[in-house]
Design a protein around this ligand. Structure first.
Ligand SMILES: NC(=O)c1ccc[n+]([C@@H]2O[C@H](COP(=O)([O-])OP(=O)(O)OC[C@H]3O[C@@H](n4cnc5c(N)ncnc54)[C@H](O)[C@@H]3O)[C@@H](O)[C@H]2O)c1
Length: 362
C-alpha cells in the first residue's frame, strides 16, 4: 500500500491527507506543534469531512524520522519548504516529494541544491499548484487543442482574494504578522499567497506555445502594518519569449474573490474561472461567429486537490511520466515573483534570468 507522510497538519495538510485517504493510501500526518495535531483530530478534519479518519497516524516528525515513505508532502510555511525537502533527501529519499506552493521565499535559497540532490537521489520533486490538475483545466487543454483560436494576442490572469477567509480558517492566528502570510520576504503577501495566478498564466502560455516570460514590469502596493510587511496588491505586465504581452494581478483585498484567466486569440478566446459559483469551476471557449463551448464543472473543495493527488499516484506507476507540477515549473513561478519585487522597488523593467544561480540555504 502506498505510504504517504505529510509534514504540516494545518489547512493544506488536512486537505491532502483527506485526498490521499480517498485513494486508500496509508497517511502519516506530522506536525512540530502538538496543538496542530489536536486541532486536526478534534476540529479541522471532522468539520470538513464529517469525522476524523482514525486510520490517519498523527505524530511528531521525529517519531517517524527513520521510516520509509513512497511520497512525502510538505505542507508547512514556505520558508521551511526547501530545508525540509533537503532533509528528506538526506535521510530516506521517497519516490516523490510534493512541496506546497509557493516553492520558497522570493530569494529562491537552496533551489539549485534541491534540484541537484533530488536528481542524485532519484526523487521526483513537484510543486503543488493544484489548479493545473483540476477537471476544468484539463478540459481547457483538450478544447484548445481540438478547437484552435488562432495566434494568441494576449493572456490575462488574476487571483484577487481578500485573505479574511484564510484567517477565518485559522482562528488561532491574530492577524498577518502572526504568520508568513504577513511577510513578502517569507513567501507570503499577495505575490506568494496568490501565486496561482502567475503559475496558471505560465501554464496556459506553455500550452499556447508562447514561451517563457522574459520581461516583468510590476507595481506592488507594499504595506507595513502592526509588525507585518507585505504586498497587498501586485500588478504585473509581462512579455514572453515569443513577444506576446499580458497581465497578471494578485491581491489580498478583493471581496468576493476573482480567480480568472482569459486567453485572447485572433479567432476567439478561452475563459477559465475557479469558483464561478461556490460549487462550480467554469470553462468557456468561443470561436467568433462559429462556435461556443461552455461548461460549468461541478466541484467541492476536496475536488480542488483530487486531481493533484491522483496525479501523484500516476507518477508512482510511471515515474518518467510528464508532469505539469515539476520542480522547474514551480521555480519559474518564483523567478517571476522575484523579478516583480525588484521591478517595483527599483522602478524599472526586469529581464528574467532563469539560469541565475540560486543562493544556498543557511
Ligand atoms: N494549494 C492550495 O490551494 C493551498 C491551500 C492552503 C495552503 N497552501 C500552502 O500550504 C502551505 C501551508 O499553509 P497552511 O494554510 O496549511 O498553513 P497552516 O499554518 O495552517 O499549517 C502549517 C503547519 O505546519 C506546521 N509546521 C511548521 N514547521 C513544521 C515542520 N518543520 N514540520 C512539521 N510541521 C511543521 C505548523 O505547526 C502548522 O501547523 C503554505 O505554503 C500555503 O501557501 C496551499
Amino acid at each position: 500500500m502506498t505510504q504517504v507522510k505529510i509534514l504540516g497538519a494545518g489547512s493544506i495538510g488536512n486537505h491532502l491527507a483527506h485526498a490521499s485517504r480517498k485513494l486508500g493510501w496509508q497517511v502519516t500526518l506530522c506536525d512540530i506543534d502538538p496543538a496542530a495535531l489536536d486541532r486536526t483530530r478534534k476540529d479541522i478534519y471532522p468539520a470538513r469531512y464529517g469525522s476524523f479518519d482514525e486510520s490517519i497516524a498523527l505524530s511528531s516528525p521525529e517519531e517517524v524520522s527513520g521510516q520509509a515513505f513512497d511520497i512525502v508532502i510538505i505542507g508547512t510555511p514556505p520558508d521551511s519548504h526547501v530545508p525540509l525537502a533537503l532533509a528528506e533527501l538526506e535521510g530516506r529519499p521517497p519516490k516523490l516529494i510534493l512541496i506546497e506552493k509557493p516553492l520558497c521565499p522570493p530569494d529562491l535559497a537552496g533551489c539549485d541544491r534541491l534540484a541537484e540532490q533530488a536528481r542524485a537521489a532519484g526523487t521526483r520533486v513537484l510543486v503543488g499548484y493544484n489548479h493545473r490538475m483540476t477537471e476544468h483545466t484539463l478540459l481547457a487543454g483538450r478544447w484548445l487543442s481540438e478547437n484552435p483560436i488562432g495566434p494568441v494576442t494576449t493572456l490575462r490572469a488574476r487571483f484577487r482574494e481578500h485573505w479574511g477567509g484564510i484567517f477565518d480558517a485559522h482562528p488561532w492566528l491574530d492577524g498577518p504578522a502572526d504568520t508568513y502570510l504577513g511577510f513578502t520576504r517569507k513567501g507570503g503577501g499577495a505575490l506568494g499567497e496568490h501565486s496561482h495566478a502567475i503559475n496558471i498564466w505560465q501554464y496556459f502560455a506553455e500550452l499556447a506555445g508562447l514561451g517563457r516570460i522574459t520581461e516583468v514590469t510590476a507595481l506592488l502596493d507594499e504595506v507595513e502594518n502592526r509588525g507585518a510587511a507585505y504586498d497587498r496588491i501586485a500588478q504585473l505586465s509581462v512579455r514572453t519569449e515569443s513577444g506576446v504581452i499580458g497581465t497578471i494581478v494578485q491581491d489580498v483585498v478583493t471581496r468576493p474573490a476573482q480567480k480568472w484567466l482569459r486567453m485572447e486569440g485572433r479567432d476567439g478566446y478561452l475563459e477559465w474561472e475557479v469558483n464561478a459559483t461556490p460549487s462550480h469551476d467554469r470553462i468557456c471557449l468561443i470561436r467568433h461567429e462559429r462556435q461556443t463551448l461552455e461548461e460549468m464543472v461541478e466541484k467541492s473543495r476536496p475536488d480542488d486537490f483530487r486531481g493533484e493527488i491522483e496525479h501523484l499516484g500516476e507518477l508512482l506507476e510511471n515515474p518518467d511520466g510528464k508532469s505539469p507540477l515539476d520542480l522547474g515549473a514551480g521555480m519559474d513561478t518564483m523567478r517571476i515573483i522575484e523579478a516583480a519585487i525588484r521591478s517595483s522597488r527599483e522602478g524599472r523593467r526586469i529581464r528574467v534570468d532563469y539560469d541565475a544561480p540560486t543562493p544556498d540555504t543557511q
